[in-house]
Write a protein that binds this ligand. Structure first.
Ligand SMILES: Cc1cc2nc3c(=O)[nH]c(=O)nc-3n(C[C@H](O)[C@H](O)[C@H](O)COP(=O)(O)OP(=O)(O)OC[C@H]3O[C@@H](n4cnc5c(N)ncnc54)[C@H](O)[C@@H]3O)c2cc1C
Length: 475
């Protein structure tokens, strides 16, 4: 065993939570080490999550556009051919570039990167089993620090009656790298991961069926937006089987045979690939968490923290997918910054009421704040203003007229409570809405803000005007 090294802070996990925390800690003058078990930094987000999925969504969208939409713009193309391996190679290059950038970022901030699996030995000591071939580090090292930040993220949930086989019955990780376009891809789960990957393979030619236990897809969304999304995706060719449970799956030579149950009626279905996308669970395995006495929520498996991200063990903190809240990269990063600021004695904080979320289907779906259902449930007096993209000049120029913007404001104070968008460029437009919530803006504040013409953001402007029934263009 090599000698024991000492730091102000050890961060376990180099995902968007962990690596951002490392950079912020270095900015604040802390001596930091980051332990990561994978050879590549960046966590789930960069390696098998946000980035590769968006690279494939963008590539498959181009394929779909050329195939189905360019003729309308007067552009005629010859015979179209898909080179899937080139598309995958491009995705891998994007991932590699970005993970390399994370390494440069950490090195540039003088963060010590230690490759290997971390395990807590006590409240200030971490043991790292280093992967010799990959890193050249000593096989087992011990590092000590004043504070330890757990940022080990999450892993896909496996359903016992539908075990992954890594090839035909798979999690999102493998569905990002299929070697050929499935003939029929069935997806268990109608959440955002299933919808995004279903869109990718549907655009590339697969028949896609999403099977969801609940009566609607993307259950966290505002009801009006969910209905609109399902209608649009159905028109694009995705099939939805709602209120349906997959009881079992068996991979046979001729295909995967699924047993389904819907309203107590049994049914069967076959497909050639099955993506199980029913959720993710916090990754605490191997950390020695229970032995150290760190409190875990018995129901969710999440590490329990206070409002400074401190666990019940004073020197150990946790952030990101490992703790409660939406499993999103930008939420993990915001918590990484806040936790480190708290460790450094500053007042780090995250506003959980203003975290935007996006589904990168086409059109995109983006939202921030309360849905109409939540506002009703809480008995809050409210007004709604909405406006369709078909009324926005720029959306017409681009032929992207599907969808709408919906602004929910307090009935008396006019304070914006939530904004929900389905439409092209929703992912970028939601930033203005998050800022509005963060600043406690009213719908009138958005309405009096001048929005450039012609832009998609004009639909947000009109929706804000519509809250007070002052929309200029609504008929
Ligand atoms: C297909 C897919 C698409 C997604 N798309 C989006 C999106 O578009 N936008 C979005 O906001 N979110 C998206 N997410 C979610 C996002 O990836 C996660 O919320 C985010 O990565 C969580 O960050 P984290 O830092 O908490 O953990 P992670 O990114 O999971 O990083 C944890 C790191 O810890 C390491 N680690 C674990 N245990 C140990 C150990 N014992 N020792 C050392 N290292 C360890 C892991 O190897 C990993 O690198 C997506 C997820 C998936 C699966």
């Amino acid at each position: 065993m090599a000698g024991q090294e000492s730091y102000d802070l050890i961060v376990i996990g180099a995902g968007p939570g962990g690596y951002v925390a490392c950079v912020r800690a270095a900015q604040l003058g802390l001596k930091v080490a980051c332990v990561e078990k994978n050879n590549r930094l960046g966590g789930v987000c960069l390696n098998v999550g946000c980035i590769p999925s968006k690279a494939l969504l963008d590539s498959s969208e181009y394929f779909y556009l050329v195939k189905n939409r360019l003729a309308d713009h007067g552009i005629k193309t010859g015979k179209l051919k898909l080179d899937l391996s080139a598309m995958m190679a491009r995705k891998d290059r994007v991932v590699e570039d970005l993970t390399d950038n994370v390494r440069k970022l950490l090195e540039g901030n003088k963060v010590k990167i230690i490759h290997g699996s971390a395990r807590l030995l006590d409240e200030n000591t971490v043991e790292v089993q280093a992967d010799e071939e990959a890193s050249g580090e000593a096989r087992r090292i011990e590092v000590r620090a004043e504070a330890v930040l757990l940022a080990t993220g999450s892993e896909p949930v496996e359903i016992p009656s539908i075990p992954f086989d890594g090839e035909r019955i798979v999690s999102s990780t493998e569905a990002l790298s299929f070697g050929s376009v499935p003939e029929h891809l069935a997806i268990v789960g109608g959440g955002y991961i299933g919808l995004e990957l279903g869109s990718v393979w549907n655009r590339l030619g697969a028949r896609v069926t999403a099977i969801e236990m609940m009566p609607k897809i993307a259950t966290a969304l505002d009801g009006q937006i969910t209905r609109s999304l399902q209608r649009i995706l159905s028109r694009q060719g995705l099939t939805f089987r709602l209120k349906t449970k997959v009881i079992s799956a068996e991979a046979k030579n001729e295909g995967i045979s699924l047993k389904l149950e819907s309203n107590e009626e049994k049914d069967e279905m076959t497909c050639d690939r099955l993506l199980v996308a029913t959720g993710r669970r916090p990754l605490t395995r191997g950390l020695n968490i229970e032995e150290i006495g760190i409190k875990i929520d018995g129901k969710t498996g999440q590490v329990v923290v206070d409002n400074e991200y401190r666990t019940n063990i004073g020197s150990i903190y946790a952030i990101g997918d490992l703790i409660a809240g939406p499993m999103l990269a930008h939420k993990a990063s915001a918590e990484g910054v806040a936790a480190v600021e708290c460790i450094a004695g500053l007042a780090g904080e995250v506003n959980y009421d203003a975290i935007p979320s996006v589904i990168y289907t086409s059109p995109e779906v983006a939202s921030v704040g309360l849905t109409e259902e939540q506002v009703k449930e809480r008995g809050i007096e409210y007004c709604v203003g909405s406006y369709p993209f078909s009324g926005a000049g720029r959306a017409r120029c681009m032929g992207e007229t599907e969808g709408l913007v919906k602004v929910i404001a307090h009935g008396r104070t006019d304070r914006v409570l939530g904004v929900h968008i389905i439409g092209a460029r929703a992912s970028d437009m939601i930033a203005e809405c998050a800022l509005a919530l963060e600043f406690g803006a009213s719908s009138e504040d958005i309405a009096r803000t001048i929005h450039a013409h012609p832009t998609f953001a004009e639909a947000l402007h009109e929706a804000a005007l519509a809250v007070q029934k002052c929309s200029i263009y609504a008929s």
